[in-house]
Design a protein around this ligand. Structure first.
Ligand code: SAM
Length: 260
């Protein structure tokens, strides 16, 4: 009644890259356009890399995601490499200048083991001096408390690609420490439930996140509370991080600066 392909199409309708997310695009696209080789981990339907190509990116663009239906949509664009897999599968030694993880995909890494395995692979997929840019919702904003049908802003009505009128809303199933399990319900206008989509996400705070990054060999180049690169404050809803893989390229840059 509501297939995986329908769910992937719904994601693009409800979370359109660009018009629906201009502040995110304003943050990530300049980083992407300035990098010769980019890996987007958790690329989903691939909208961000598609836009980068449309805006004239001529280098190597690779999207990685475990969701086959999302990748089927992404593959409509053949001039980007699409790879099925999780972050921990990122190709070691690929020498990317930039790895991104957008749309809170990082929060799908729910255990320390997931985070460590993913960060190790991302680190190894970057060239020395390369950057990892991603965001995670700040736990202090307690975003999950808005994921309820009693919040009028949470329930949306939309038409799918086949002209069907549908409704979609969220409900939280459990909050266990920093891990939140929730589900989204897709229903017909008469309330008939067509599909329930479950998800579990983790809300790491700044010290825990930075400890995991440091242990994986990253240094923090910048960490922001909003898409305009403002500082993280007591009211920030996001932790937006640009981390750098230390290594030979950094050392070479430093040596050039000292000699120059
Ligand atoms: C909320 S979507 C974000 C999609 C896209 N990056 C965006 O900005 O719209 C999260 C994506 O992360 C993917 N994902 C889940 N677990 C993952 C993992 N362990 N490694 C990489 N991607 C993962 C999901 O399949 C999904 O496509």
């Amino acid at each position: 009644m509501f297939s995986d392909d329908d769910a992937a199409a719904m994601y693009d309708i409800l979370n359109p890259w660009g018009p629906g997310r201009p502040r995110e695009e304003g943050f990530y696209l300049p980083l992407i356009m300035a990098a010769e080789s980019v890996l987007d981990v958790g690329c989903g339907t691939g909208a961000m890399l598609r836009v980068a190509r449309e805006r004239g990116h001529r280098g190597r663009l690779t999207g990685l995601d475990p969701d086959r239906a999302a990748l089927r949509r992404a593959r409509a664009r053949a001039d980007v490499t699409w790879v099925e897999g999780i972050a921990a599968d990122a190709e070691r030694g690929a020498g990317h200048d930039l790895v991104t993880m957008t749309g809170h995909a990082f929060q799908d890494l729910v255990t320390d083991e997931d985070v460590r395995g993913s960060l190790a692979a991302i680190h190894a997929a970057l060239r020395p001096g390369g950057r990892f840019a991603f965001e995670t919702r700040h736990p202090q904003a307690r975003a999950w408390e808005t994921w309820t049908r009693t919040n009028p802003a949470d329930e949306v009505a939309f038409s799918d690609g086949n002209g069907r009128d549908l409704r979609y809303w969220h409900e939280v199933d459990s909050v266990d420490g920093d891990v939140v399990a929730f589900h989204g319900t897709v229903a017909a206008p008469d309330g008939r439930v067509l599909r329930v989509l479950t998800e579990t996400v983790r809300f790491l705070d700044v010290p825990a996140l930075n400890a995991l990054l440091a242990a994986a060999g990253f240094t923090i180049e910048g960490q922001y509370g909003d898409w305009e690169r403002g500082p993280i404050t007591a009211s920030s809803r996001e932790i937006i991080t640009v981390a750098r893989r230390a290594g030979r390229a950094d050392t070479a840059e430093r040596a050039r600066t000292i000699v120059g």
